[in-house]
Write a protein that binds this ligand. Structure first.
Ligand code: BG6
Length: 497
C-alpha cells in the first residue's frame, strides 16, 4: 500500500517552546513560564516564593527525580537577572507567524501542528469568560494556514498548564481541572469551527510519570497524585471527545503518546520480560484512550501499591464510551533495557527509563539520543496490531548544535535522519500494509528544547537567529534539510535521495 494521496506531510511545534509573546494579548502565565533554561548537564528549575518572602528554585523538570516544591512554595517568576525563562521570547512565533507559515507552505506542508496556550484563552484556566485577544490570535494563525491550503493540527495541552491552576489545585491532581479543560476545549471547537478539523487532547500523555509538573502541573507529585492526574486527564479527554461528537461531528480528536520501541539487551528472558513491562508502562495510556478501559496489568500494579483511582459513578462508562478517534505519537528513537546493566553505558534520550542502556548498534547525537532506522515501522506495527486504529506520526526529528555559516546550515545529519525515518514509516505502509495518516517533523522551525530549555539543541529545517538567551535578530533562514523535505513532500515520499 503506497502512501495515501492526501497523506498529511508537515511539521510540529508547541507554544511554550515556540510562541513567545507571554506578556502580550492578555495571556495568563503557564507552568512553562516559570521554568528556567538549562543544558545537557544542568537541569531546568521551577522558581517559587513563599508567603514569608523566601524564594528559590527546584528542578521539577524532565530528567529530574524531584517531584515536589517545598511546602508552601508557590511557583512564580522571580524578577531580576538571576534566572532566565526561555518561554517568554522563545522563537517569537507570536510576531513571526505569517512569515513562518509562508515558509512552511513553500516547503510544501499540508499540515502544521501547533499547540494553544490554555492560559492565553482562559488566563487563570477557569475564568468565566475567554480572552478575546487570545482567541483572535489563534484564529489569525489558522486563517494564515488556510491561505496556503495548510490543515492545522491543534494540541490542546502541550507541556504547560495555566499556572493559577497548578498553584491553587495542584494541577490535574484535582477534578476541578476536568470541567475547566472541557470548557476550554469546547470554546476552541466553537470559535475555530470550519478552521480546525484535527485536535489532540494531551501531548505525550504517558510522560506524566516521568515529569508530572510539566505534563500535568503537579507541584506535589507523589504516586497517588500522579494516578489521580492521569485519571482526570483520561476523563477530560473522553468528555472532550463526547463534546466533539455531539456538537461538532466534523472534528476528529486524537490521543498523543510518547513512544519508542523497547528492546531487551540480551536474550535472557528476564531482559525480554523487562522490555515488555517497559512497553506496557507506555501503552497503558493508549490502552485506556483507545480501548476505553484500564488494563489488568495496571490495575494489579495499583492494587499492589495501594493506589486508588478517583473515579465517581459513571466515569468508567464515560471512558469506555468515548475513546479517541485516532492515535498520534511521537517517536525519536528506541530504548534498550537490561537487568545486566552494571557494565553498560546508561541510555539517554526522550523517555529514557530506569535500567536503560546505550544501544551499541546505533549512533547518538550530542544529547545521547539514538537514531533508530526501524523505530517508526515498529511503532506503527505495535499500535495497529493492538488497536486497529488510524495512526499518525506527529513528532519525529533530531536535535543538533547546528553551525550557521553563509546564511544557511548544511545539515546532512538531519537529512540522513529523516531519510531513514521516513523510509521506516513507508515500510510500515508499503510492506506491512498499515494505513498511516501522516508524518510531521518535530520542531520544523528552530525553537527552545523542552528537556534542556536551550536553543542550542536545534531541530529545525528553518534556522532562527536567536541564542540560548533569546538574543539575536530572530531572522529565519532555510537549511539544506528544508529543500530535501520539500522534494520529499512534492514526490509524496517517493524521492528520498
Ligand atoms: C517531545 C515533546 O517529547 O520531544 C516536545 O513533545 C519536545 O515538546 C520534543 O521538544 C523534543 O525534545 P527536546 O527535549 O529535545 O526538546
Amino acid at each position: 500500500m503506497a502512501l495515501a494521496k492526501d497523506f498529511l506531510w508537515g511539521g510540529a511545534t508547541a507554544a511554550n517552546q515556540y510562541e513567545g509573546g507571554v506578556f502580550e494579548g492578555g495571556a495568563g502565565l503557564s507552568t512553562a513560564d516559570v521554568m528556567t533554561n538549562g543544558s545537557h548537564t544542568v537541569r531546568r528549575q521551577v522558581t517559587w516564593k513563599k508567603a514569608d518572602g523566601t524564594e528559590g528554585s527546584t528542578p521539577l523538570c524532565f530528567g529530574s527525580a524531584e517531584r515536589n516544591l517545598p511546602e508552601g512554595a508557590v511557583p512564580c517568576i522571580i524578577e531580576g537577572d538571576k534566572y532566565y525563562y526561555p518561554s517568554h521570547i522563545a522563537s517569537d512565533f507570536y510576531h513571526h507567524y505569517k512569515e513562518d507559515i509562508k515558509l512552511c507552505a513553500e516547503e510544501g506542508f499540508k499540515c502544521f501542528r501547533l499547540s494553544i496556550k490554555w492560559s492565553r484563552i482562559y488566563p487563570n484556566g477557569d475564568d468565566a469568560e475567554p480572552n478575546e485577544e487570545g482567541l483572535q490570535f489563534y484564529e489569525n494563525v489558522f486563517d494564515e494556514c488556510h491561505k496556503y491550503g495548510i490543515e492545522p493540527l491543534v494540541t490542546l495541552l502541550h507541556y504547560e498548564n495555566p499556572l493559577s491552576l497548578a498553584a491553587r489545585f495542584n494541577g490535574w491532581d484535582s477534578r476541578h481541572l476536568v470541567d475547566a479543560y472541557v470548557k476550554y476545549a469546547s470554546t476552541c471547537f466553537k470559535r475555530f469551527q470550519g478552521k480546525v478539523k484535527y485536535y489532540l487532547t494531551f501531548n505525550e500523555i504517558n510522560c506524566i510519570e516521568e515529569c508530572p509538573y510539566v505534563t500535568a502541573g503537579l507541584i506535589h507529585g507523589n504516586p497517588q497524585n500522579v494516578a489521580n492526574a492521569a485519571f482526570h486527564q483520561f476523563l477530560a479527554s473522553a468528555l472532550t471527545v463526547k463534546e466533539a461528537h455531539e456538537h461538532f461531528p466534523e472534528l476528529r480528536i486524537g490521543m498523543m503518546l510518547a513512544y519508542g520501541p523497547v528492546y531487551g539487551f540480551t536474550s535472557d528472558p528476564a531482559d525480554q520480560l523487562l522490555a515488555k513491562q517497559a512497553e506496557n508502562k507506555i501503552l497503558f495510556y493508549s490502552d485506556v484512550q483507545m480501548l476505553g478501559t484500564y488494563p489488568s496489568y495496571k490495575l494489579a500494579e495499583y492494587a499492589r501499591n495501594g493506589i486508588t483511582i478517583p473515579a465517581q459513578p459513571g466515569d468508567m462508562e464515560t471512558l469506555a464510551k468515548y475513546p479517541c478517534d485516532f492515535l498520534s505519537f511521537s517517536c525519536y528513537g528506541s530504548h534498550v533495557v537490561t537487568i545486566h546493566g552494571e557494565d553498560q553505558k546508561a541510555g539517554e534520550g526522550n523517555g529514557a527509563m530506569a535500567q536503560t542502556v546505550a544501544n551499541p548498534y546505533l549512533d547518538t547525537n550530542a544529547w545521547g539520543w539514538a537514531t533508530d532506522p526501524q523505530c517508526l515501522r515498529i511503532a506503527v506495527n505495535t499500535f495497529y496490531n493492538r488497536y486497529r486504529c488510524d495512526i499518525w506520526c506527529v513528532e519525529n526529528g533530531i536535535g543538533w548544535n547546528d553551525e550557521f555559516a553563509d546564511g544557511t546550515v548544511h545539515d546532512s545529519y538531519r537529512i540522513d535522519y529523516m531519510r531513514a525515518n521516513i523510509q521506516s514509516l513507508k515500510d510500515a505502509a508499503e510492506i506491512d500494509g498499515i494505513p498511516v495518516m501522516g508524518y510531521l517533523y518535530w520542531g520544523c522551525v528552530d525553537m527552545v528544547s523542552n528537556g534542556e530549555g536551550e536553543m542550542a539543541k536545534r531541530y529545525g529545517q528553518i534556522y532562527v537567529d536567536a541564542d540560548n538567551y533569546g538574543k539575536g535578530s530572530m531572522k529565519r533562514s532555510t537549511k539544506d534539510s528544508y529543500y530535501w523535505y520539500q522534494k520529499c513532500i512534492r514526490s509524496n515520499g517517493e524521492d528520498l535521495k
